[in-house]
Design a protein around this ligand. Structure first.
Ligand code: AMP
Ligand code: GLY
Length: 431
């Protein structure tokens, strides 16, 4: 089977690495891909939202399955585009249609969905430019500090503002609603009660009726050690998460996963693909912070190395509505990834810097993110450059492998966090 992966990050390189191991994969394409995917697949220089050109490539190369990595093409309706097109109907596509992608594309929609189906989440209310005055009253009377403000639409991970200063919260509301700080994405803003606890993410693959829960992960969003500084796309991740014990995960399945899939069916949304559930563990109880309709990046770089199951068979079963026939085989080892980024990221940074890629030791995997190949040389091509994964029997050994790999990747201005996973070690001692 010939397969196309849409996207160009560490997540897509990990998909490619995994699919490439399957004997059923006879041709692998990535659009647009990066220098890492170029080594194991054919990169196609097509933008992720150029659906007609993607369709042309699918027909030209005889591609039978398309896997969509990022949210943007999903929210823009790539799945609907394929399903509506007679010549593409035979192509299996892994990802939800636009109605399902709204779970990520609109925080107002996803919050209303959670409320309707009794899925535990923070209390919140949505405001518009017309109800700016009411939003101030809500802020003062209905929620307590720190104040959580969320732009309704996609804002490249920047649409959530958390502040303990009431005046700053009001100022931000004015900026978002009144001055379109995030453009159309902030034409609606949610004010949400702040939740206390520890965050983690649970990933579900569903065929629309059956589902598989994949290994959970914890990511590290801030640029600096100790979770300081600006938010990023993700500086590292760990799987499994020591504080997510079997009892907690059972609660997630019963209180979150099952009602979410039930709700989707009730709403007539045929969801085929990944649901990434961002959760707060508040004293052992799960609360949903957000849904994403795709895998996480860099969470994929620790979740997929722990799954032994053949991915072509897994996705074929997903597309056919036969996920119940698949046995998911998960390894008990721990995976840790540390992301090396460009100097200046997540603010302005340079591209085109030459990278020296080290030899890989046992138990390490190097997933490219913002890289490109030029005349045989690997160059930086984005803020997050590579995800350095270590897999080992213990968390401490996996951290060590991941960190050593991050240290050995060389380019000017390289930066990475040296504390990924270390905060989780005490939990192992308690358990
Ligand atoms: P989101 O884009 O909704 O995932 O929000 C980004 C980040 O903001 C989350 O990963 C959390 O760290 C934080 N966050 C969002 N909502 C809340 C909340 N209600 N309580 C505490 N932290 C939150
Ligand atoms: N690492 C967070 C995300 O993929 O959204």
């Amino acid at each position: 089977m010939k397969i196309l992966i849409i996207g160009s990050g560490g997540r897509e390189h990990t998909f490619a690495w995994k699919l490439n191991q399957s004997p059923s994969c006879t041709g692998l394409f990535v659009a647009p891909g990066n220098a890492g995917t170029a080594q194991i697949a054919t990169n196609l220089a097509i933008s992720v939202t150029d659906f007609p050109t993607i369709a042309e490539a699918v027909l030209q190369h005889g591609i039978a399955m398309v896997i969509v990595g990022p949210e943007v093409p999903l929210v823009a309706g790539i799945v609907d585009f394929f399903r509506k097109n007679e010549t593409l109907k035979h192509v299996a596509i892994i990802g939800p249609d636009a109605s399902g992608a709204a779970l990520e594309g609109s925080k107002d929609f996803s919050k209303a969905f959670m409320q309707k189906y009794g899925i535990p989440a923070a209390a919140s209310e949505t405001f518009t430019r017309e109800t700016l005055a009411e939003s101030f009253t809500y802020l003062e009377n209905e929620v307590t500090a720190p104040y959580v403000l969320k732009a309704d639409g996609l804002a490249a991970g920047k649409g959530v503002i958390i502040t303990s200063d009431l005046n700053e919260a009001k100022h931000e509301l004015k900026e978002m609603l009144g001055n379109a700080k995030f453009g159309e994405a902030s034409s609606k803003v949610l004010i949400e009660q702040h939740l206390k606890g520890i965050e983690l993410s649970v990933f579900v693959l569903t065929d629309g009726k059956n589902y598989k829960i994949l290994p959970e992960a914890k990511d590290y969003k801030r640029i600096h050690e100790g979770d300081q500084g600006l938010n990023t796309g993700g500086m590292g991740a760990v799987s499994p998460v020591p504080f997510a014990n079997a009892e907690f995960l059972k609660k997630v399945e019963e209180k979150v996963v099952k009602p979410t899939l039930f709700g989707l069916q009730e709403e007539g949304i045929h969801f085929v693909g990944f649901i990434f559930i961002g959760l707060m563990n508040t004293d052992g109880e799960p609360n949903v912070i957000e849904y994403n309709v795709r895998m996480g990046d860099p969470e994929t770089e620790v979740v997929f190395p722990r799954i032994k199951t053949d991915f072509v068979e897994l996705f074929k079963a997903t597309a056919a509505g036969e996920l119940d026939k698949i046995e998911l085989e998960i390894i008990s080892e721990t995976a840790v990834t540390s992301v090396v980024v460009a100097e200046g990221y997540p603010e302005a940074y340079k591209k085109g810097i030459e990278i020296t890629v080290p030899e890989l030791e046992d138990g390490t995997l190097l997933f490219h993110a913002g890289t490109r190949l030029q005349d045989g040389t690997v160059l930086t091509d984005g803020g997050r450059v590579m995800a350095c994964t270590g897999v080992a029997n213990t968390l401490a050994a996996a951290i060590e492998k991941s960190q050593t790999l991050a240290e050995n990747v060389a380019y000017d201005g390289k930066y990475y966090r040296k504390d990924i996973g270390k905060d989780l070690i005490p939990y192992l001692e308690i358990l």
